[in-house]
Design a protein around this ligand. Sequence first.
Ligand SMILES: [Zn+2]
Length: 200
Amino acid sequence: MNQYPEQIKILIEKFSRWPGLGPKSAERTVFYLLKQNKQSLDEIINNITKLKNDIKICDQCFNISTNNPCPICQDQKRDNSTICVVAEPQDVLVFEKTDEYRGVYHVLGGLIMPAQNITPDQLKIKELLERIKDNQTKEIILATNPDLEGETTAMYITELLKNNPVKITRLAKGLPIGSTIEYADEITLSSALKGRQQVK
Ligand SMILES: [Zn+2]
């Protein structure tokens, strides 16, 4: 046998496209699955199916939830006049853990990355502009990472809104340059939120 059977080859090829998995770790993953018994494999498959069937994307803020609209958008006690703009749904969870923020969110679904062909029209930027059209929004917090893509995206949105009366702020103190919000601890993020600076 000078190569793996097709069933294995296909899975290695699929897994190697996953974030953080190269061909070698994809191969290890497939052989790990091969060692599992039928019951635990079925469990994994069922949970993956549930992921697609049960998890919905909120059509107001584009966060993930089992409900649409999500519980944050449905919560009457949240301040709808402040929108915290984040790149990914994982970032919402980190902000929620700070227990500091009472506004709502807007999940862009990524950041502008020309090198990877991720252009503004692929992100939920149009939807953000649409959302603030009713003039209920007083502040937009651009909570993207303080790295190249995060800054580019924040600058792009600020430029789009330059003639809009909405106040725009950017997370400040606490977040080291090049760091990611996903891995920031609650205290750091909480201080970054409090120390946010007006950019427009
Ligand atoms: Zn929502």
